[in-house]
Design a protein around this ligand. Sequence first.
Ligand SMILES: [Mg+2]
Length: 217
Amino acid sequence: MTTVLFDMDGIILEGPRTDPQVYAAAADEALAKLEADPTPAQRRDLRRHGIDSVRERCRELELDPDRFWALKEAAASEHTHERIRSGERGVYDDIDAIAALADRTTVGLVSNNRHRTAEFVADSLPIEFDVVRGRDPTFEGFRRRKPDSYYIDDALSKLGVDDGLHVGDSPKDVVAGRAAGLETAFVRRSHNRLLDRPEGTTYELGSLIELHDLVEP
Ligand SMILES: [Mg+2]
């Protein structure tokens, strides 16, 4: 029985990452909620992810950085869920292979995306994930994203296993999977087709369907 942990963005959700416009709108909403009045330069930094510059801008505006970050993360999840509901952001055709795999082995979802969004996606799909883990809505949670193995380790410990396969579309997934002691599958999508095969890749796949023969029942 092999445990298979899937990355989300670029594996299930189309495209490699959340649209930066989502974070821009989320930052604007958090600022409005906090009744802040930033300069254009402050707003620009607060829309981005740079932790040091976000902290610095919050200090300048006398905002609690942890509160700002949590509000921005929550708003980003709401926007993302709306984009998924409306079909603006779709899912890949081959994710049926995950549902089929879930019937015969342990499967998990481990994402750098926000935990709320990972749960939303898991709930919206006909796939029975045994564990779902996305990033915590804190600065520390953001720092622990892959290539750090933190969230993979956490998922493995929740499942009570210490080996398996991590399936992702980014070199970061390979690094994190390796660091967690797993085999790794690097899936080719249109956005990564020109990348070199990441060092440490165990299997290179053209489609999730290939997992069917790879994973022993
Ligand atoms: Mg990805």
